[in-house]
Design a protein around this ligand. Structure first.
Ligand code: HEM
Length: 149
């Protein structure tokens, strides 16, 4: 075992995935049923999910450098790492946009003229986090990236 076998990334990705998927579910359900307290809980999870993404982005970058310098890494890994990193960075950016838009809305938020834009951001965030998690799983379980030998 050497330093490249210390895998930080898988330990940090599950909290933001859970928070962001829950955020989208709470926001859409709260909006659909017009339940402010549920929608508001989803908004707080947006903020928590964005903060929780920071360690996963840092550890992912460290792991990617380690995998790419490892001679056992398959040649097509770079393409998958790029797809995976782009969706992860995209989640971070669009979650930020959703947070900044929603925090300016007061009262009955769905009456706000830009509330549908916030819902659009949340739909994109949900698609990107699914893409990021799925591509990460593909790299680990199909390409065998980051598995201890
Ligand atoms: C700069 C951004 C990122 C890079 C470069 C990156 C890179 C990697 C790499 C190289 C792996 C293979 C396993 C390893 O060596 O650790 C991996 C796995 C994974 N990544 Fe990322 N990642 C990034 C962001 C994210 C984000 C934001 C998420 C979701 C919050 C995520 C979710 C996952 C998942 C679920 C796995 C599979 C872990 C497992 O089941 O063992 N990644 N990532």
């Amino acid at each position: 075992m050497d330093y490249r076998d210390i895998i930080l990334h898988p330990a940090t990705v599950h909290v933001p995935i859970g928070a962001i998927v829950a955020a989208a579910c709470f926001v859409f359900y709260g909006w659909y049923r017009r339940l402010s307290h549920i929608e508001q809980s989803g908004y707080y999870l947006v903020i928590f999910g964005w903060v929780a993404l920071i360690p996963s982005l840092i550890s992912g970058t460290i792991d990617a450098v380690n995998r790419l310098s490892d001679p056992h890494t398959p040649s097509n890994a770079l393409t998958w790492i790029n797809i995976h990193a782009a969706s992860g960075i995209g989640v971070f950016g669009v979650t930020w946009l959703a947070w900044q838009l929603r925090r300016r809305m007061m009262g009955i938020v769905w009456t706000h003229p830009r509330y549908h834009l916030f819902l659009g951001y949340m739909a994109i965030v949900l698609l990107l986090i699914i893409c990021s998690g799925w591509s990460g799983g593909h790299m680990v379980y199909t390409l065998q990236l980051g598995r201890l030998r």
